[in-house]
Design a protein around this ligand. Structure first.
Ligand code: UDX
Length: 432
């Protein structure tokens, strides 16, 4: 394998994972960030993102002399053969991706890039951005490549090192091949294509995943009404290889830093070319309705939400992260607070104060005096709580498990009434 000199601009979870993993594959990597404090902390091996194995790779890469951190993109790219742009592309006005960070960095590095360098867009960017970046760089000798990431938060390092596939797109086939070769050691299928197609893969994949989840959440609602159990239904569906078992769990809605942003951006991309992408729109609407449905279930458990005391278990958008961005758990909590419920919340990774609720450092404190408890994030530790103690602390007896995560027997033994999603028999369960 060729060892390449690589720059990574942006040390968020995508950039830092990319930089640390490429260094672990043997490349020489310089990572840049605008945040001087962050750079200093990374040099000292301090990683603020909750991501298994990432801190170890950051320390190991620096000890081996293959990984360095600098402040400012222009200092990182000066000797780079390949530059990865791993910058935030948040949802901007009207749902479109905000590209200002990508544009600013393109301006910053255009005069400093070595002759013949390759610039790789790793951030999720609308179709056509590679061409736009090439225009901004204004360098005939510099090729632009799209190499979307498919990393899940909480397993980003594992996903990077064991990818299902590598997608590389460029209007310069040689550049695409050179970028693809960086990952040869991973042994994954590498799909080379044009830049627009590579940009589209990411949106098409994430919208499909979101659609799958909205579908499952809608099926779960039907299951409740016809007396079926969604866990059995999805297991039965999932053995069909065309469907697969993964991404079939109902929940309080999907969230996080990618799916909400990418579904909205896809609607905008379609609108821009005159297509009404109603399937993706319905996917988004179903997700918003899912949160309302959870609120409705809590309301039914306590009668009226105004003044009700609700214990909230979990705030992160999924277990294994400390990320609250577009967290459905947080959205549900905010809706409950908006309706006058008094919320006491516990999440093993969230300790900072939040508007509209009291955040406490123990699940037992969260449920003290609660009229009902709602579980919103599937943290493993919730399964092994002392439910008898929980029951004795609560003033009500209903637990709404929006992830179908808890052991029904443990709760029943504790005298609690457990409600899940998509698996309640209507006859048995008229109250909720
Ligand atoms: C996602 C994509 O998986 C990844 O490929 C992409 O690059 C970035 O976006 P991530 O945002 O880290 O990754 O989270 P993911 O694990 O995909 O979960 C997204 C949301 O769906 C979470 O809110 C999660 O709780 C929810 N989810 C996921 C379910 O409700 N049920 C499931 O079965 C799976």
């Amino acid at each position: 394998m060729f060892v390449r000199r690589i720059a990574v601009v942006g040390t968020g979870y995508v950039g830092l994972t990319t930089g640390a993993c490429l260094a672990s594959l043997g490349h020489r990597v310089v990572c840049a960030d605008v945040d001087a404090l962050k750079v200093a902390r990374l040099r000292a091996g301090q990683v603020d993102i909750l991501e298994p194995d990432l801190a170890d790779l950051v320390v190991a890469g620096q000890s081996a002399g293959r990984l360095a951190f600098v402040e400012g993109a222009r200092h990182a790219v000066a000797e780079a053969e390949v530059v990865f742009l791993c910058l935030p592309t948040p949802m901007g006005a009207g749902g479109a991706a905000d590209l200002s960070a990508v544009e600013a960095v393109a301006e910053e590095i255009r005069g400093v890039l070595p002759y013949g360098a390759i610039v790789v867009c790793k951030s999720t960017v609308p179709v056509g951005t590679s061409v736009k970046v090439a225009e901004l760089l204004g360098r005939e000798d510099v090729a632009v490549v799209s190499n979307p990431e498919f990393l899940r938060e909480g397993s980003a390092v594992r996903d990077f090192l064991n990818p299902d596939r590598i997608v590389v797109g460029s209007d310069s086939p040689q550049a695409a091949e050179r970028v693809g070769a960086l990952f040869t050691r991973l042994g994954a299928p590498t799909v080379l294509m044009d830049a627009a197609s590579a940009e589209m893969v990411k949106y098409a994949a994430n919208c499909y995943l979101a659609m799958k989840l909205s579908y499952v959440n809608a099926v779960a609602e039907l299951c409740e009404l016809v007396g079926a159990d969604v866990t059995s239904v999805t297991e039965g569906m999932g053995y069909d290889k065309r469907i697969g078992q993964s991404f079939l769990k109902p929940g309080p809605g999907w969230g996080g830093s990618c799916l909400p942003k990418d579904t909205h951006a896809m609607v905008r991309i379609a609108d821009a070319v005159g297509v009404d992408f109603s399937l993706v729109k319905a996917t988004i609407e179903t997700n918003a309705r899912q949160q309302q449905r959870v609120v409705e279930k809590v309301r039914r458990a306590v009668g009226s939400l105004a003044g009700a005391r609700i214990g909230v278990l979990g705030l992160a958008f999924k277990a294994g992260t400390n990320d609250l961005r577009d967290s459905p758990a947080l959205a549900v909590a905010e809706l409950l607070a908006f309706e006058g419920a008094e919320l006491v919340a516990y999440d093993p990774e969230i300790t900072r104060p939040l508007v509209g609720m009291t955040v406490v450092d123990s699940p037992y404190t969260a449920v003290r005096g609660a009229d009902a408890v709602v579980l919103l994030t599937e943290w493993p530790e919730f399964r092994t709580l002392d439910w008898a103690l929980m029951a004795s602390l609560m003033s009500g007896s209903t637990v709404l498990d929006t992830r179908n995560h808890l052991d029904p027997d443990a709760l029943t033994r504790a005298g609690l009434v457990l409600h899940g999603l998509g698996r309640e028999l209507r006859v048995r369960d008229e109250a909720v």
